[in-house]
Write a protein that binds this ligand. Sequence first.
Ligand code: PQQ
Length: 257
Amino acid sequence: MTTTGFETALATRPEPGGADPGSPGLGAWDEEQLEARLRELATARYHDRHPFNRRMHQGELSPAELRLWVANRFYYQCNIPIKDAHILAKLHLPAQRRSWLRRIQDHDGLTDQDGGLEKWLRLGEAVGLARHELLTHRHLLPGVRLAVDGYVNFCRNNDRLEAVASSLTELCAPSIMLTRLETFPLHYPWIDSAGLSYFRGRVPQGRRDGSEALAWVKEWAVSRDQQDRALAALSFKCDVLWSLLDSVQGAERRETP
Ligand SMILES: O=C(O)c1cc(C(=O)O)c2c(n1)C(=O)C(=O)c1cc(C(=O)O)[nH]c1-2
């Protein structure tokens, strides 16, 4: 990428409350150590270990349980582009904004027919949920709403480092998508495989997004305080994903769509 004077000036502008770039201070890790800690945290706390996801991947969910998950995850899907718009507004460089804008387009599409939200609606239809059931959020559980709104507000209220670091669960997302692509046809053959296209699309998108966010976090988190804040943001996001599944798991015994 050719760097313009404009970009250089903006890139070197310190973040409010942040350390000057290039002055790590005492106790700071180098980039390799920071990456290792971020990956270790993401792997240890990721929601692929949640009992609901384990049961999903082992083929133990009933159609009603799968429908409840799909309906509730739609609220997460709808809010991802909104939290990404908050992050977009915190980025100083045109190249960074161009890049982050792609994430919004991945979910919203360039037309009504080609985005992730549309693909999730098709997943809904494949498991037996009408579009209007998802679009009206009629099956949304209160705990899922709180977890997802918490994620959006976290990205709205914190700086670009914490907001971008909270997306780093995506380092683990491609692998969970591959697990679903492998296990759904085996355990849930009643789901039309065309309905799984959301998962297919997220494998390359998640790899690209995860490595981009990781590179930025390593560049921005220079001091130990910044590095600790990046880790805390990632930990918070692991809690968001975990709480979402806690709610779905807790509710399924009481009520299903
Ligand atoms: O199904 C999943 O397990 C899963 C996990 C995650 C994640 O790890 O954050 C995301 C997604 N899916 C996903 O589809 C998605 O678009 C997405 C965006 C983000 C993010 O934080 O910006 N995470 C995720």
